[in-house]
Design a protein around this ligand. Structure first.
Ligand code: C2E
Ligand code: MG
Ligand code: MG
Ligand code: MG
Length: 289
């Protein structure tokens, strides 16, 4: 009887696996067409000065508007896109769209774009970035690329070389999710970052775990000591914001300061002002081919 139960369970398990594999295959086929079908969107989340609340820029966060299933969050489809290689196309689309959008803003805010390790290792990133800046007319210092430690760790020498070329264009580079990766200190010293983003896990625990405060304090001392700006991610409450301010963190991002939103909503709310003529340029955007 016990044996029966087990083989039945294995049978269910295999069926589940089978479903999972099928679902992933279905999703990867649909993902390939997402650009063509115009199903990708960018939502922008504000980054501000902690003390004054002044806007510094916006992070571009990819959204897949999958008709029947609604928005699929990037955590669900980016790993898949990385496995299938579709991330190269998606990543290029995000970069181009985010730079084109930011070039329409009347205020010279920065726009931060996330890069995947796959883009870093399997495409001519410096050339792509140069081309996109030229096409969109965005001033290079207004573009900030966000990478994680795993991105630069895969192949350190290659990464250093690419980063150097990107920096030579005048583009800014930020280290995302800092504190959650591998050997953080070494990464910081040997790569030319402009900014560290303290992972939201630390901010989340800042009020309840005194050891976390010690870590935040250390990251701030390290970052500021190296002449980098430091931004805290995932700020959800006034208490978290206050404690970060007390610790001397100058920049912040999180639901308290602003949710990721479509550009049109930020414009409607008066947070973003478009340059004269931007409306026509938006209307003239070619439909996807
Ligand atoms: P990330 O770059 O660290 O982006 C911040 C994530 O935290 C976003 O999740 C954002 O919506 C979320 N967030 C912001 N404020 C808060 C807060 O106060 N509380 C909480 N709990 N969460 C907050 P999202 O948009 O789901 O993106 C998840 C991750 O997907 C990103 O993490 C980034 O690693 C990746 N991603 C997003 N867009 C792109 C893209 O265009 N390309 C690549 N390669 N990766 C992307
Ligand atoms: Mg990011
Ligand atoms: Mg992050
Ligand atoms: Mg992340």
């Amino acid at each position: 009887r016990a044996k029966n139960d087990l083989s039945q369970r294995i049978c269910y398990y295999e069926k589940d696996m089978d479903e999972l594999v099928k679902a992933r295959r279905r999703m990867s086929v649909e993902l390939r067409d997402a650009i063509v079908r115009d199903e990708l969107e960018i939502h922008y989340q504000v980054q501000t000065l902690v003390v004054t609340g002044e806007t510094l820029g916006y992070e571009a966060l990819l959204r897949w508007n999958h008709g029947p299933q609604g928005y699929i969050p990037p955590g669900e489809f980016i790993p898949l896109a990385e496995q299938t290689g579709a991330i190269l196309e998606l990543g290029e689309w995000v970069l181009r769209r985010a730079c084109a959008d930011a070039a329409l803003w009347a205020q010279p805010y920065t726009v931060a774009v996330n890069l995947s390790a796959v883009q870093f290792n399997h495409s001519d990133l410096p050339k792509l970035i140069r081309d996109v800046l030229e096409e969109t007319g965005l001033a290079p210092h207004r573009l900030e690329l966000e990478l994680t430690e795993s991105t630069v760790f895969a192949d350190g020498d290659r990464a250093r070389n690419i980063l150097r070329q990107i920096k030579a264009l005048g583009v800014k580079v930020a280290l995302d999710d800092f504190g959650t990766g591998y050997s953080s200190l070494d990464t910081l010293l040997s790569f030319p970052f402009d900014k560290i983003k303290i992972d939201r896990a630390f901010v989340h625990e800042a009020l309840t775990n005194p050891q976390t405060i010690a870590i935040i304090r250390a990251i701030l001392a390290l970052g500021h000591g190296l002449g980098l700006s430091v931004l805290a991610e995932g700020i959800e409450s006034e208490d978290q914001l206050n404690i970060l301010e007390v610790e001397g963190c100058t920049e912040g991002q999180g639901f308290l300061l602003g949710r990721p939103q479509p550009m049109a909503d930020l414009v409607a709310a008066g947070h973003l002002v478009l340059r004269p003529g931007a409306g026509e340029r938006l209307a003239q955007r070619p439909p996807p081919d």
